[in-house]
Ligand binder design. Structure first.
Ligand code: FE2
Length: 165
């Protein structure tokens, strides 16, 4: 049996972010389906790709746990709920989820730093680089969608654009 090289509190926090990444994958798959049924094919494609990325993020955390002598403990994943199925609503839901995920990693990073677990801090630091990029990208998309306001033709063009990114 492998020797656990990190404290229980950090291990639990890593399990939580690994589950959060799986929830994110689930959320983006649901968002992709909602977008597709509404005829927003560009956004549907983007969310499908995002969902794949989230599964990879989950695997990255599980792999890091393995490197530290730990086994990921699975937990229940709740069903995602999307209350606003407009273009702006879907992108805003993604933005909020990325901000929430960023917060979870920041908390984990602070815990690692405050307890002198530099290897975990380094891992979190690398994750935060793409996490901040993701938050920024969704914020940009919201700004662009707000430019179109309620102009349906403009929103459909933005949907097309999003699918190409
Ligand atoms: Fe992620």
């Amino acid at each position: 049996m492998k020797k656990q090289l990190i404290q229980d509190a950090i291990k639990e926090s890593l399990d939580n972010v690994a589950r959060l990444e799986l929830f994110n994958a689930y959320l983006y798959n649901v968002a992709a389906a909602v977008a597709k049924s509404a005829g927003l094919f560009g956004i549907a494609l983007k969310f499908s790709r995002e969902s794949d990325d989230e599964v990879q993020h989950h695997r990255d955390v599980v792999e890091y746990l393995n490197q530290r002598g730990c086994l990921f403990v699975p937990g229940e994943i709740t069903a995602p709920v999307l209350t606003d199925e407009t273009i702006k609503g879907l992108i805003t839901a993604a933005y909020n989820q990325e901000v929430l995920t960023e917060k979870a990693y920041i908390e984990l990073g602070s815990l690692a730093l405050n307890t002198g677990v530099h290897a975990t801090y380094q891992f979190v630091h690398e994750v935060l680089e793409h996490q901040t990029a993701s938050v920024g990208e969704y914020a940009d998309l919201i700004a662009r969608i707000e430019q179109a306001a309620t102009n349906e033709a403009a929103l459909l063009l933005i949907d097309q654009e999003i699918g190409k990114v």
